[in-house]
Design a binder for this molecule. Structure first.
Ligand SMILES: NC(=O)c1ccc[n+]([C@@H]2O[C@H](COP(=O)([O-])OP(=O)(O)OC[C@H]3O[C@@H](n4cnc5c(N)ncnc54)[C@H](OP(=O)(O)O)[C@@H]3O)[C@@H](O)[C@H]2O)c1
Length: 252
């Protein structure tokens, strides 16, 4: 199986705020990039910026996480553009609707699961098969602390990320013997388009650049699960430990 001679990575959801910062980390380290995004204009702007500032190759592909039928073709196109297989892939796309609106409108709930969980499985399974045959590679997915425990304020998005976290754990277990690594990143709050206008606690909110650096490090160090800001690991440990009889009375 062919592998490109240069280091390369495919970013899915490349116009996400944190993906743009992560693309910069990879390009600064000499990686060529394929930027898969619904927003071609934003992808092209990012590609031009990366090429100029870091002298790497960066190409853009149209990608919709819920257009599952197109994914096989996109994976093939990635290999064609790279003249081989990428070293690894990062899944940065995600959709979060308002919780109450999702309770009232099933289409929003379905879109959340279709994007965050089914879209993840559709992309990962294709690369898992290729990387397992090659016996190298890595897959990194941006899941969420929202998936660590269901809360009334965010349980539909949380359910999609819980599914994603569980899926990535199983994939990591399956691919370990094939020398392929899977990293689950649970960022905590990040200051991005997704959280625009929300009143987030400053001390627990990472800037896109701060988050991207932590994610890049977690990928390079082959971590299994990584939080971006360290307090989140302890916060979620406490939240998971609250007994259900008490948790169900809480407003969090
Ligand atoms: N921000 C946070 O506090 C936070 C916390 C935990 C986890 N996360 C996760 O981190 C990841 C990155 O999000 P972000 O914070 O950087 O927010 P963001 O800037 O809103 O990025 C989300 C990206 O997902 C893309 N997307 C949504 N639906 C898609 C679809 N059907 N097909 C292709 N792309 C799609 C959006 O594309 P368009 O640009 O075309 O709209 C957007 O670029 C997401 O998985 C998110 O769930 C975020």
């Amino acid at each position: 199986m062919e592998t490109s001679n240069r280091k390369s990575v495919v970013l899915f959801g490349a116009s996400s705020t944190v993906a743009e910062a992560l693309a910069d980390c990879f390009a600064a380290d000499g990686y060529d990039l394929i930027l898969c995004t619904r927003n071609i204009d934003a992808g092209n702007r990012l590609a031009t910026d990366l090429k100029v500032r870091h002298e790497v190759n960066a190409k853009v592909l149209a990608f919709d996480a819920t257009d599952y039928a197109s994914h096989e073709g996109i994976v093939a196109e990635c290999q064609e553009l790279l003249d081989g297989m990428p070293e690894g892939v990062v899944l940065c796309f995600g959709y979060m609707a308002d919780q109450v609106e999702s309770e009232e409108n099933f289409e929003l709930a379905q879109r959340t699961i279709d994007t965050n969980l089914t879209g993840t499985i559709s992309i990962c399974e294709r690369f898992a098969a290729l990387f397992a045959t090659r016996r190298s590679g890595w897959i990194a997915g941006l899941s969420s602390v929202a998936g660590d425990r269901g809360r009334k304020k965010n349980y539909i998005y949380g359910a999609s990320k819980a599914g994603m976290t569980c899926y990535l754990a199983g994939l990591r277990n399956r691919l370990h013997s094939r020398d392929v690594h899977v990293v689950t990143i649970k960022p905590g709050f990040m200051d991005t388009k997704m959280t625009y206008g929300m009143d987030l606690p400053k001390a627990l909110t990472a800037s896109p650049e701060q988050a991207a650096k932590a994610m890049f490090k977690a990928i390079q160090e082959k971590r299994n699960e990584a939080y971006v800001l360290w307090p989140w690991r302890f916060i979620m440990m406490i939240i998971r430990a609250i007994p259900e009889w008490q948790f169900k009375k809480m407003d969090i």
